[in-house]
Structure formats: structure tokens, C-alpha cells
Design a protein around this ligand. Structure first.
Ligand code: SF4
Length: 325
């Protein structure tokens, strides 16, 4: 999207003044190399623009958040641990949404571009003109984007292994995606295992969706030759978070209140494990910020973050999110 906008060189319809990458601390090393490649591409093809890819970070580090306490709700005072599977992810807010908002305020940005492709339109909620979706305006599908990057010899090789990218330890990734991480990125797998164990230790829940499978247990299966079927989807929901925020379904406060929701006893079984997906699907969620509102907008979980799951997770050997965001 960015490279196409630069190519169009259309300051009226697609002005590009700043390029910001929100770094979550859990990016693939290949992604940093890729950013360097993109920067070199921009420098070579559009030197007159003087654009530099800026990095934005969470104000608090992952460790500070992870070992910090939940600040509100029933779980107030408990160690937060890894983001739980139910959206929103507290790390999305801290490492992506907040830095983007800060940057937007600092530079008085009129709008931000969001890279949602034409074949992902269901993720677009057009109620706020500050957010624009060029790929959709151009009717570019994901496949078109890949073709474009191939054509310019600037494709990101990680997409040969994953079809979505986010934090390598993202709790929302599928079983298959964890498998790809284990197979192709042993160092990152080791780090994810560390956080899985650490989260179990300090907060009583791990990184993974299926309650009987810690990453250690998954690894045993993988070593025995087990290859999960299904999607290799792995993605961040931050774009959906922006869309939902602009639609008024969630507010930024919900991310902290989300701790309460994520630990809602209806979602956590009496034995402390997480209720199965099918139970979670039945819940209609009212964001905490809207609980006392006269008109309450609601979203079913299935509407906005479970909608890409395989019909039968058992058959698909897939965790929650096959997903696309
Ligand atoms: S990739 Fe996953 S863990 Fe990382 S910020 Fe997004 S939702 Fe949260």
C-alpha cells in the first residue's frame, strides 16, 4: 500500500508525510531487515521525498506490563501475565494503538491509512474519515498486494511461512502457526516458551489457546512428527481495534477493563482452564465503557474476533484465530 502510494505520487488524494512502524518487541528479525529493504527502496526510488520509516514503541515495556498488576475489574491486583486469548490484547493497545494515537496528536495528522485489502472488507467500518483504506479504494486484494511486491522485487519472505504476521508469540495464532514458529524459528520458539512458562507461573495462564497444550506440550507433539493441519494464520487485531474504536464499539478504556473481561468467570472454567471456544462464542459482549450508556452497542465475540475460526477446531487442529486482521 505504502509503496503504491509513493508510486502514485498524488499529494492531493494520497499524501504521505510520515511512515510509522509500531514495534512490539516481538517482531521477527526478518521484519527488521525488511524495513531496511523498504527504506532502501524508498531512498533509491523516491529520494526527493526524504521519508524515513519511524519507529514507535509502547511507553511501558512488555516486562513492565507483563509483571504489572491488572488495574481494574474483578482481577484488580492480579499479575497480568501474557495477553489472554480474548480480544482486545493489552499489548495491542500499549504497543500499537497508543503510540499511533500519540504520533497522530503530535503531528496533527489528518488521517491514517490502514492496509485492509479489498477481499477483507468485512473488517472495514467506514464511520470515521480519519481512517482511510487505500487498498479497498483501489480494489486490491491480498493477492494483488503480493503480486505487486513480487513485481518490484520487494516481497517479504516471511509470508512463505506465515500468511499473517504479528508478534511471534501472539496468543491468537493457530496451532499451525505455532508449528511454523517451532519449525523455522527455533530461537523465537524458545523465547515464546519462556513467556508461556513465565505466564503460567505468575498469572496462572499461558500463551496458548487450547488449555491442555502448553508450548512445551506442543513441542513434544511436533518432535514426534505431528504436523497440524489448517491455516498458518497469525495476526494482530490492532487494525480491527482501530475500526471498532471508530465505530464506537470499544473505547481505549476497554483495554484496561478488558482484563476484567478476560478473566470473567463465565469464560474461565471452574478448574481454571478456559472455556472452550464454543462457549465463548455464545457470549454477547458489552464493553465496560458502555455498560452504563443509554444506548449500548454490543458485539458478539463471533462478530469481531472469532469470525475466522475453522468451523470445527478439533478437525482443523487449529486454535482460536485462523485469522485475518
Ligand atoms: S500480534 Fe498478537 S500479541 Fe502482538 S499485539 Fe497483536 S494481538 Fe497482541
Amino acid at each position: 500500500m505504502l509503496l503504491r502510494m509513493l508510486e502514485l505520487n498524488d499529494p492531493v488524494n494520497y499524501p504521505v508525510n510520515r511512515i510509522v512502524f509500531c514495534d512490539t518487541e516481538f517482531e521477527f528479525p526478518e521484519l527488521y531487515e525488511y524495513l531496511d529493504r523498504v527504506q532502501a527502496f524508498i531512498d533509491e526510488h523516491y529520494p526527493e521525498r526524504g521519508l524515513k520509516i519511524e519507529r514507535a514503541y509502547s511507553k511501558m515495556t512488555w516486562k513492565e506490563k507483563f509483571y504489572g498488576e491488572v488495574v481494574s475489574g474483578k482481577a484488580k491486583g492480579q499479575i497480568r501475565g501474557a495477553p489472554l486469548k480474548l480480544y482486545p490484547c493489552w499489548w495491542t493497545k500499549s504497543a500499537k494503538l497508543d503510540p499511533m494515537d500519540r504520533m497522530a496528536k503530535e503531528s496533527g495528522m489528518d488521517f491514517m491509512y490502514i492496509g485492509i485489502a479489498h477481499d477483507e472488507q468485512k473488517r472495514i467500518r467506514d464511520t470515521d474519515e480519519r481512517y482511510r483504506y487505500p487498498l479497498n479504494e483501489w480494489k486490491w486484494t491480498e493477492s494483488d498486494c503480493m503480486d505487486y511486491l513480487d513485481h518490484h522485487n520487494i516481497a517479504l519472505e516471511l509470508y512463505t511461512v506465515f500468511n499473517r504476521l504479528g508478534c511471534y508469540m501472539c496468543p491468537k495464532q493457530s496451532f499451525r502457526s505455532w508449528y511454523s514458529l517451532w519449525l523455522h524459528f527455533p530461537d523465537l520458539w524458545k523465547d515464546a516458551k519462556f513467556w508461556d512458562n513465565e505466564s503460567l507461573r505468575v498469572a496462572g495462564h499461558g500463551l496458548t489457546m487450547r488449555d491442555e497444550s502448553t508450548l512445551e506440550e506442543m513441542e513434544k507433539k511436533f518432535k514426534q512428527g505431528y504436523i497440524p493441519k489448517g491455516s498458518v494464520g497469525m495476526e494482530c487485531r490492532s487494525c480491527s481495534a482501530i475500526s471498532l474504536k471508530q465505530e464506537g464499539i470499544i473505547s481505549m478504556d476497554d483495554f484496561f477493563e478488558g482484563d476484567e473481561f478476560e478473566r470473567d468467570p463465565e469464560v474461565i472454567r471452574t478448574d481454571g482452564a478456559y472455556a472452550h471456544l464454543n462457549d465463548a462464542e455464545k457470549i454477547e459482549w458489552i464493553p465496560p465503557s458502555h455498560k452504563n450508556a443509554l444506548v449500548v452497542k454490543t458485539a458478539t465475540l463471533n462478530d469481531w474476533f472469532l469470525d475466522n475460526i475453522d468451523e470445527d477446531p478439533e478437525d482443523a487442529d487449529c486454535f482460536f484465530d485462523g485469522a485475518d486482521d
